[in-house]
Design a protein around this ligand. Structure first.
Ligand SMILES: [Zn+2]
Length: 412
């Protein structure tokens, strides 16, 4: 009996020795900010998880070998501001309607493996969003719950103070805490702090951050009061490079970053890009970066109004920051580990052994490119990121040029 077990054990060792891993990506430059890696490394995957990261992993240890010479391997990107409550209801703007997009059509081709819906659904219709989108997407979908019952239904719905219920929002957030990362307030226009205070109250009840699209007011509400008195460390100021009516932008009329913005960031208030169809202007972004005000997280605000305009997609937004002078490592950090860390999903956004094998393989293209803002200004640049390969839980979900596949051979 003993010898039988020995044979079984040896056979197991032999088969492991032959093909220990499902897949290995070789010869790429790996950037994993959490683990402080920014160098040439191989990465191996087994059973949907990262199995090894090392200078050299022999190709014969894996069933499949991907040669990623000249490319970058990074954690699957996290786009922490999208709108994916796609549905067919008429006249509902972003909530269960046509302006929202189904995630899988826009993520993997961009190296994005996790998206965070920014409050498209509210406490009244989160269940529908969960059943319809979250549970039917290969992309990992996390979400902020909107403090307004029907979410971003547009128009008067988002102005309805009577429907902004911290208690019910907190209940829904708690019931869905496996996917909910925070509470959202958006588009409220009025000289009134009540909506903001109710959102923070809901956040406090569930110990989650809030994300504030500051809306508009006439006269405008004070950005200083918002950042230094109303928001808590870890709360998120959305659309940080927007300049829209009824809201004070982060860069003032003299081209200076407001002192309260630096002060708030020092105190832990977070700023996200949320480019969108109307929320990214060079007039704000360029002086801000020059004055060392950098966004904590890079994100798209994906919806039909942004994807066919200046925003386009996650890699285009990241490429803008590259061409504005932000180093690649910093761009990757703000699109992977930073959102994972700040949204308390620390199991994501890195390539540690044992972590889920969500991986993006990127190309840096060189040439003449143009990047537009939402006011119609163009900035020329010579670098552009492109997604070559995306793995979600160790499975190839996007392969632009077939680098994970075998060269065709005639079977004759
Ligand atoms: Zn948005």
């Amino acid at each position: 009996m003993k010898s039988l077990w020995l044979i079984v054990f040896l056979a197991g060792c032999l088969s492991l020795g032959a093909q220990q891993y499902d897949l290995v990506i070789k010869n790429a430059h790996l950037i994993d900010v959490k683990n402080d890696l920014d160098e040439s490394m191989d990465v191996a995957v087994l059973d949907g998880k990262i199995a090894e990261v090392a200078k050299q992993i022999p190709g014969d240890k894996a069933e499949k070998v991907v040669d990623a010479s000249g490319m970058y391997v990074v954690p699957g990107l996290i786009d922490m501001h999208v709108h994916v409550f796609h549905g067919t209801n008429q006249d509902q703007y972003i909530s269960n309607s046509f302006t929202s997009l189904p995630p899988d059509g826009f993520t993997f081709r961009n190296g994005v493996t996790t998206v965070v819906d920014a409050g498209s659904a509210g406490w009244r219709n989160f269940k529908t969003f969960r059943e319809q989108t979250i549970e039917n997407s290969k992309t990992r979908v996390l979400a902020f719950v909107n403090i307004v019952g029907p979410g971003m239904k547009g128009g008067a719905y988002e102005q309805n103070l009577a429907d902004m219920d911290p208690k019910l929002t907190a209940i829904v957030a708690r019931q869905n805490k496996d996917v909910v990362v925070g509470i959202k307030l958006a588009h409220y226009s009025g000289h009134d702090w009540t909506p903001l205070e109710r959102t923070v109250e809901a956040g406090e009840q569930v110990n989650m951050p809030v994300m504030i699209d500051f809306g508009g007011a006439n006269p405008a509400l004070s950005i200083k009061t918002l950042l230094l008195e109303k928001l808590r460390p870890g709360d998120i100021y959305a659309h940080c490079f927007a300049h829209v009516g009824g809201r004070m932008p982060v860069v003032d009329e003299h081209g200076k970053v407001r002192p309260c913005v630096h002060e708030a960031q020092d105190q832990g208030v977070l700023f996200e890009v949320g480019h969108g169809g109307g929320s990214f202007v060079y007039e704000q972004a360029l002086p801000a970066l020059e004055q060392d005000f950098l966004p904590d997280m890079i994100s798209t605000d994906l919806h039909t109004g942004s994807m066919n305009a200046g925003m386009k997609d996650m890699l285009n937004v990241m490429s803008k920051f590259l061409n504005m002078g932000m180093p690649l490592k910093e761009v990757i950090a703000r699109s992977s580990w930073a959102p994972a860390y700040h949204l308390n999903r620390k199991e994501l956004g890195h390539l540690s052994v044992g972590a889920v094998a969500d991986i993006a393989v990127l190309n840096m293209k060189e040439g003449d490119f143009g990047f537009t803002d939402v006011r119609g200004w163009k900035m020329s640049g010579d670098k552009k990121l492109e997604c070559e390969l995306t793995l979600r839980e160790g499975k190839v979900v996007w392969d632009l040029n077939g680098i994970s596949m075998s060269e065709w051979q005639s079977d004759k």
